[in-house]
Design a protein. Structure first.
Ligand SMILES: NC(=O)c1ccc[n+]([C@@H]2O[C@H](COP(=O)([O-])OP(=O)(O)OC[C@H]3O[C@@H](n4cnc5c(N)ncnc54)[C@H](O)[C@@H]3O)[C@@H](O)[C@H]2O)c1
Ligand SMILES: O=P(O)(O)OC[C@H](O)CO
Length: 329
């Protein structure tokens, strides 16, 4: 597998393109913005979404035909834009080409996971999932990172791992796509909750409790949707939950911190050109949890805050006054 396409040139698409180049691949990138494509093709990196990171020259364009003939596609567009992008990508994709889903979210309109969106829009593509604790800036700087690469076919999984992996970017194979997707989507909503706890200065004990009980929510939903419980204990579940809930480098966590400090969601989001995936995933998760009959009180509290149904104090009081119960998942 020599030629890799990257759909989406935000911070993560850029970091993954840099990784694939370092792994020895030819890399082609589709960027929404022509100026981003021009900068990437000129070897100037990505001044809009990942400034200050060197990226050896890649072929980039804002015309999606650049991805035709690629042997694998890394999809790194925000979850709410994936369907529209895949509809366009379908015209350029050869049958059977693996599409490695690297974004972390659930489609709000349909409650679809990204693999569902691939099946619906590009039925001849082979979906796989890349998810785990990995800040784009860390990966682009070559700092050590490990992620889950979930793919139903182990041989294809090995091929994809060889294509993009290297010593500082270590993929681990799993056959559990649903577990990998749910882990990545839910941790973003929990990171907003952790940020709120941090912004309210409720202390590290509350922070740890939230991570543990959030992990139980993530696991409950994933298992109800057909995932293996052990997947959630891995990089794409607990690993990413710990990273994202522990650092304001996370957009989701820093967004939650701002809410906890009394700022309005719309004002914080208006200041950003980057995506805060948990904002759209929170309402989707609340609906999914109801559909699957699982309790996700922390994620629901985040949704209620974002929907203006409760303020942060009311949401926190409601969570703290839930009945005492058995600790299990
Ligand atoms: N940044 C990270 O550290 C990181 C790490 C792992 C996973 N991810 C995931 O990767 C995905 C992309 O995040 P990011 O950080 O690379 O993005 P970003 O926040 O850096 O940039 C936003 C991206 O959204 C794109 N975009 C905006 N409107 C669009 C539209 N209508 N159609 C298509 N694309 C559109 C922009 O072109 C840009 O590429 C998210 O799901 C995120 O959760 C990010
Ligand atoms: O900045 P965030 O919150 O989107 O998190 C980035 C990555 O998903 C961390 O693994």
């Amino acid at each position: 597998m020599q030629t890799i396409g990257v759909l989406g040139a935000g911070a993560w698409g850029t970091a993954l393109a840099a990784t694939a180049v370092k792994a020895g691949r030819n890399v082609r990138v589709w960027a929404l913005e022509a100026e981003v494509a021009e900068a990437l093709s000129a070897g100037k990196g990505n001044p809009v979404y990942l400034p200050g990171i060197e990226l050896p020259r890649v072929q980039a364009s804002s015309d999606m035909s650049i991805l035709a003939d690629c042997e694998a596609i890394l999809s790194v567009v925000p979850a709410q834009h994936a369907r529209a992008c895949f509809n366009e990508l379908a015209e350029h994709l050869s049958p059977g080409v693996p599409v490695l889903l690297c974004s972390k979210g659930i489609e709000k309109k349909t409650l679809s996971l990204m693999t569902d969106v691939v099946h619906e829009t590009m039925p001849k593509a082979t979906p796989a999932v890349l998810s785990g604790p990995s800040f784009a800036a860390d990966v682009a700087r070559g700092l050590p990172t490990a992620v889950t690469l979930a793919c139903a076919d182990e041989k294809l999984g090995q091929t994809l791992m060889q294509a993009i992996g290297r010593s500082a970017f270590r993929p681990y194979w799993s056959n559990d796509l649903i577990g990998a997707e749910i882990g990545g989507a839910v941790k973003n909503v929990l990171a907003i909750a952790c940020g709120i706890v941090e912004g309210l200065e409720l202390g590290k004990s509350a922070h740890a409790a939230l991570i543990s009980r959030g992990f139980a929510e993530m696991t409950r939903l994933a298992v109800a949707m057909g995932a293996q419980q052990q997947t959630l204990a891995g990089l794409c579940g607990l690993g990413d939950l710990v990273l994202t809930c522990s650092s304001p480098q996370s957009r989701n966590m820093s967004f939650g911190m701002a809410l906890g400090q009394g700022r309005l969601a719309k004002d914080v989001l208006a200041e950003r050109n980057s995506v805060t995936e948990g904002v759209a995933t929170a309402p989707a998760l609340t609906e999914l949890a109801a559909r699957e009959g699982v309790a996700m009180p922390i994620c629901q509290a985040v949704h209620e805050i974002l929907a203006g149904q409760k303020n942060v104090d009311e949401a926190m009081t409601a969570l703290l006054n839930r009945p005492f119960k058995h600790e299990g998942f």
